[in-house]
Structures are given as structure tokens and as C-alpha cells.
Design a protein around this ligand. Structure first.
Ligand SMILES: [Fe+2]
Length: 524
């Protein structure tokens, strides 16, 4: 055969080779555990309904050809009592991720599942459908896991628990930046490992590699294997301080970047597929609780105000959720027959007066609901008008631990009385970061002590009922017909793999109650 005739084949071969390796950066391969191949990223499950749950895995293969994966789901961990099974194709265009929405299951039931490919099997995962008549519901709440800033000991502890119905992840599942270089010395000392790729994620291959790196962390992988996750993104899954119209720093072609980040998120998370790739959805736990997961970033959020003197700050045209999402939430809560309305939300919902703490950092405050006061007020107006109560907002984003009494205006005695609890419609509980920097990672101890004192001053924040600025870990929220209790679990350290935690604080609000109060510590 003439050598020139070989050229097209040579070209195709080279093209296929390049393509085959182009859905992740090659340095990811070195981080994988070969004994799990091709299931190095483990298994995951999520979005539990009474009769359905999503199960997930990914093949780590260098190929362009479609692959077939088998799956089975059973009521026992040895997979003797298989109740559902099937086979699913997976393709290069989804980076060989596999997601199955397993239907026809029984409410409030623990299931075990695994995947198979080419004679090899994944680890066996455990999951649970949403209970409809349970006396107790317990959710772990996490956010802000920066891979570079410590080991995922909070996930390690969560993985070992057998008393959780699900894990709520409120965002910053990944951080999109490259390897930290420079920055305060105290911060640099916290860097225990480095991001791949060593660049800010902008392309699909970058985001896929970053999710891959996080999912190769053994503690995060194990938490996914042992519990269903219900996830929402915050900003770092896309870009810092993302909004509908753009992030904090201008980026070329924002629409493309947003779509790319969303694609990677939906590939990697055990979230139920939908054509819009929306994360706004609700979950029913019978007459005990309704869970509302919100998108305060990409669905309807207007750009952050420039400062507190920005004339547009109080405009009703500025939105955190947008009209459609707000209506869906409020009408849904008003129609719900469940005792508790749990709202999974990215940023602090309560009014937080930090003007006496951070005199020169308004941007921190304007990213929260404090930067979108008109929409928040419209939500409180609806809540009061319709006499809604027993609302529990759970929040991430700030890397620190807080409890608030939920009220329309903490500074107006006509609306709220901290002594009697007049005007209280529920509680907000804020989870600390898994690892992302908080006060003691960045500033000397005396500054933290002073900041805490100022935050807690009654005249600054009369509705604040708990605050910790230093620890990392997670939160559990335990619901019964009688009360909603928050337990904060703090890790001992994050510079080494060590999943010991301590239940350092607990707060509760009674059903139809008016005050957030100290509670007996929960389970350890
Ligand atoms: Fe964060």
C-alpha cells in the first residue's frame, strides 16, 4: 500500500489517541487506587424518594468506545436478595459516568448496590429511601471541602455513622482554583496537598479532573458509599461569587463556562437528571418533614450590590432566588402537611450585623441574604401572613458555625422580642466547613476572640444563639414531631487523616416553639 494512503488512518489513530486521554488531565491517573479499577472513583447514591434512589459510578478507562455496565440492588449487603437489576450503556461524552434512577423501591428501607464491568465489580454501596412514617429523621449537613486546606476527616466520620438518613451537601464540593502560591504564611501552612490541574478550572477537562481528584479522596469516597447525598452547588463549583450574569471576576464567555461547570457537576454528583440541569427540588419525609433544596447562585441571583450605599441594594428587582423559585418554595411550604419545613440553602439567610466586626469588608456581607433584603423581606411577609412555622434553614458557605432564631427583623421590637420569642418562625443552623479556612486558619487568636464577642453582643445580633469561628467538621439535624435539634461535630485536626470528632454544641427548637435553646448533646 502506498504510504500516502496510510496518512488518513494515521491521522485517525492519532486523533483517537489524543481524544481518549482528553477528558481528564493525565496526572489524575497517578492518584487512583489500581486495585479498585475500573471503579477507582467508587460508588455513590442520592436524591432519595419514597420509592426511588439514584445510584452512580464511573469507569476510569482510556477508550472512545461505548461501554456497558451492569448494576444490581438488594436488601442485604451480600446481595443475595436482589430486588432490581439492569444494564446501562455509558459513553465518552459523559466521561463514562453512570447514573441509574432505580424505581419501584420501598420507603424508609436500606438497600445495597454494586456495578459490574468486564468481570470486575465495584465496592458495594449502601443507600436508603425516604421514610414516610418515621418517628425520627437525621440528616448530616456539610459544605466547603477545600482539598488543599486539609484532610476530609469530617467525611471520614460521617462514613462510619449508621444513624443517618441522608447527607445534605450545601455547596463548595470542589474549589475551582489552582494550587495556592503566596498568601499569608498562616494560610500557606494549612496547605496539606495540591490541586490538579494546577490552574483555575474553566474547561470541561479541568472540572472533570478536579471532581475526579476529590472523589479519589478515600474519606469522601467512603462517605458517598455509605450514605445517599442530597446536593446543591454554591459558587466554587463554577467560579468565585457566581451569579446568573457572571462571577466576581470577569471571565470570557460566562454562559459557556457556566454550562460546562453544570455539565461536570451533573456527571459527577448522584443527583437526579433533568433537562435544565436545575438543582432546585424537594423531598418528602412523610408527615415529619419536607426538604426544599434551593439554588441561590445560578437560577435567579442578581449581581452583588457594590456597597451598602448602592442605590439598588433595596430594590425589589434584585433577587437571590428569583420570582419563580420563591413562589415555588412559598406555595410549597404553605401547602405542605409536614411538621417541619427544612430549607437547604447556600448563604446565611438571617440578618447578621457584622458592621461592628468587619468595618471594611462589606463584600462578605453583600454576598449573603443581607445583600438581597427585599426578596428576604417578601419571604418573611408571606411566612407571617400565612402563619407558617417550624421552618429550619440549613446553611453552608461561611465556614463557621451559627444558630439563629428566624425572624423578620431582629432589631424591631414590634416584630421580634428575644426574651419571649415573639416573631420567631423557626431556626437557622449553619454548618462549619469540612476544611475550608475559617478564623484560626487566617488570623491570630485574639482577633477571633474579639470578633466572637462583637458578633454575640446582644445589641448587634439579638437573635444569635450559637457561634463558633474556629472549628471544622459538620452538623446533624435531628427531627421528631416534638423538636428539631442541631448537633455540631468538630474534628480534632485536619493536617492528618484522623476522623475523631467531638459533639461540641447542641441547640434545639421545640415544635411550634419560639426560642432556640441549649439542648442535651446528641449521639457521639
Ligand atoms: Fe466555601
Amino acid at each position: 500500500m502506498n504510504a500516502y494512503r496510510l496518512l488518513p488512518f494515521l491521522f485517525l489513530w492519532c486523533f483517537a489517541k489524543t481524544n481518549a486521554q482528553s477528558w481528564y488531565h493525565p496526572e489524575l491517573k497517578a492518584l487512583g487506587a489500581p486495585e479498585l479499577a475500573p471503579f477507582e472513583f467508587g460508588v455513590a447514591s442520592g436524591d432519595p424518594l419514597p420509592d426511588a434512589v439514584v445510584i452512580w459510578t464511573k469507569l476510569f478507562l482510556d477508550t472512545d468506545k461505548p461501554q456497558s455496565v451492569t448494576w444490581e440492588m438488594a436488601t442485604d449487603s451480600l446481595l443475595h436478595q436482589v430486588v432490581q437489576s439492569g444494564e446501562q450503556a455509558t459513553y465518552r461524552n459523559s466521561a463514562f459516568t453512570v447514573k441509574v434512577d432505580v424505581r419501584g423501591l420501598t420507603p424508609g428501607t436500606t438497600y445495597y448496590y454494586r456495578f459490574g464491568h468486564g468481570g470486575k465489580y465495584s465496592p458495594v454501596g449502601r443507600t436508603r429511601t425516604a421514610s414516610q412514617n418515621a418517628e425520627l429523621l437525621r440528616l448530616a449537613v456539610v459544605s466547603c471541602a477545600d482539598y488543599q486546606n486539609g484532610y476530609f476527616n469530617a467525611f471520614g466520620h460521617i462514613a462510619k455513622r449508621n444513624d443517618l438518613d441522608a447527607v445534605l451537601h450545601l455547596g463548595d464540593y470542589i474549589y475551582e482554583g489552582g494550587v495556592w502560591r503566596g498568601g499569608p504564611r498562616k494560610m500557606m501552612r494549612n496547605r496539606v496537598r495540591e490541586h490538579v490541574p494546577d490552574k483555575t478550572c474553566t474547561e470541561l477537562v479541568d472540572y472533570r479532573t478536579r471532581y475526579g481528584q476529590y472523589r479519589l479522596d478515600p474519606q469522601l469516597r467512603e462517605a458517598h458509599r455509605m450514605h445517599p447525598f442530597i446536593v446543591i452547588w454554591d459558587d466554587h463549583e463554577i467560579a468565585n461569587n457566581a451569579t446568573v450574569d457572571g462571577p466576581e471576576r470577569a471571565t470570557a464567555d460566562w454562559e459557556t463556562r457556566k454550562a460546562t461547570a453544570k455539565q461536570a457537576y451533573f456527571e459527577w454528583m448522584p443527583i437526579r437528571e433533568n433537562p435544565e440541569r436545575s438543582i432546585v427540588r424537594s423531598f418528602s419525609f412523610g408527615n415529619l418533614a419536607e426538604l426544599w433544596m434551593l439554588d441561590g447562585r445560578l437560577e435567579g441571583r442578581s449581581k452583588q450590590a457594590v456597597g451598602f450605599d448602592d442605590p439598588s441594594l433595596n430594590s425589589p428587582d434584585r433577587h437571590m432566588l428569583g420570582t419563580q423559585q420563591t413562589d415555588w418554595l412559598l406555595n410549597g411550604m404553605a401547602a405542605s402537611k409536614a411538621k417541619w419545613q427544612i430549607i437547604g440553602n447556600q448563604v446565611i439567610f438571617s440578618q447578621l450585623n457584622d458592621s461592628k466586626v468587619f468595618d471594611r469588608r462589606p463584600s462578605v456581607r453583600l454576598d449573603r441574604w443581607d445583600g438581597y433584603p427585599a426578596e428576604r423581606q417578601s419571604i418573611f411577609d408571606f411566612i407571617y401572613k400565612n402563619n407558617l412555622k417550624n421552618i429550619v434553614v440549613v446553611t453552608g458557605d461561611v465556614h463557621t458555625s451559627w444558630a439563629f432564631e428566624l425572624t423578620g427583623n431582629p432589631d424591631d421590637p414590634n416584630v421580634y422580642d428575644p426574651k419571649t420569642g415573639k416573631g420567631v418562625v423557626g431556626a437557622e443552623f449553619v454548618t462549619p466547613s469540612v476544611t475550608s479556612f475559617n478564623f484560626d486558619d487566617v488570623v491570630p487568636r485574639f482577633i477571633t476572640v474579639e470578633a466572637k464577642r462583637r458578633f454575640k453582643k446582644r445589641k448587634n445580633n439579638p437573635h444569635l444563639r450559637y457561634l463558633d469561628l474556629n472549628h471544622h467538621g459538620y452538623l446533624t439535624v435531628t427531627l421528631t414531631q416534638e423538636q428539631a435539634q442541631a448537633d455540631w461535630f468538630f474534628v480534632k485536626r485536619k493536617d492528618q487523616v484522623d476522623d475523631r470528632v467531638k459533639n461540641r454544641a447542641s441547640r434545639r427548637i421545640l415544635a411550634d416553639g419560639k426560642q432556640v435553646e441549649k439542648a442535651k448533646r446528641g449521639v457521639r
